[in-house]
Design a protein around this ligand. Structure first.
Ligand code: NAP
Length: 256
């Protein structure tokens, strides 16, 4: 039986690479993304070419309850069930401001997208998974794409750090609650990955790489993250839940 995965924020960047990898792994994939399908047509065409019947694009906002419900309905109507959810959609603050200047508006926007949206989307997905039987050795898998910022302080984007620390606790809570149901929960913490999100700070990181910033001293790629997700949702991690994997070139290592 062909399994189904939902990937949020899959029209570009890391989410697109995850969607493509999961399709290569044999999943049917539904993407929820705020962009119009025409915005990243080239990417979506690539996915459709991998299997028109195995691909669904739902334009919607992970912050919006109605859009989340619409996604579940469309996915189940087309594919019959849901086996994997990758909570990938995320935003950085529109403006990086010192912690003392952070606005409530920015805090609310970042938390709603990176933490609250994933929480309530996961609720819906899990309720659907619970209606389904086991598919192989588990009922389903949730993967949260957080960040090294779940742990590392950046005082000019505190709302992002708080949102990812919250997502990390969500990983722990879901893992605890869902293990008896046969649903495993994992977290991937990307480091510095070359996507549109990091293009505004490209020059800064290029200079740091020249000084030997990382043990594996290069930009990470969306494919680095997609490969980790592919392994975690497979049957290779059946005795693991509530853990995070750093995919960061060793950035988390404290060095002298
Ligand atoms: P990206 O290039 O900005 O892509 C994110 C995608 O999510 C975009 O298509 C975006 O739409 C969509 N999105 C944004 N808000 C949404 C919403 N409310 N509902 C539905 N879709 C929404 O980001 P990325 O670099 O691939 O990052 C993906 C994830 O990895 C994020 O959670 C990010 O925090 C995390 N991460 C990234 C890095 C990095 O170095 N890139 C490092 C650590 C963690 P728009 O095009 O309209 O924005």
């Amino acid at each position: 039986m062909r399994k189904t995965a939902i990937v949020t924020g899959g029209s570009r960047g890391i989410g697109f690479a995850i969607a493509r990898q999961l399709m290569m792994d044999g999943y049917s994939v539904a993407i929820l993304d705020i962009n119009s399908p025409s915005d990243y047509r080239h990417n979506l065409d690539q996915l459709a070419e991998m299997g028109e019947d195995a691909f669904l694009y739902v334009q919607g906002d992970v912050r919006c309850a109605q859009d989340r419900e619409h996604l579940i309905k469309e996915t189940v109507d087309k594919f019959g069930g849901i086996h994997v959810l990758v909570n990938n959609a995320g935003i950085a603050p529109r403006v990086r401001r010192d912690l003392l200047e952070m606005t409530e508006e920015s805090f609310d926007e970042v938390i709603a997208t990176n933490t609250k949206g994933p929480l309530f989307l996961t609720q819906l997905v899990v309720k659907q998974m619970l209606k389904q039987g086991f598919c192989g050795k588990k009922r389903g898998t949730i993967v949260n794409i957080s960040s090294l910022s779940a742990e590392v302080s950046s005082i000019n984007r505190g709302e992002y750090c708080i949102s990812k620390a919250g997502l990390s606790m969500l990983t722990t809570l879901l893992a605890d609650r869902l293990a008896p149901e046969g649903i495993l929960v994992h977290e991937v913490r990307p480091g510095i990955i070359a996507t549109d999100m990091t293009m505004p700070v490209k020059a800064k990181y290029d200079a740091l790489f020249e000084q030997g910033l990382l043990p594996i001293n290069r930009w990470g790629t969306p494919e680095d993250i997609a490969n980790a997700v592919s392994a975690l949702v497979s049957d290779k991690f059946l005795y693991t839940t509530g853990c995070y994997v750093n995919v960061d070139g060793g950035l988390h290592i404290k060095r002298l």
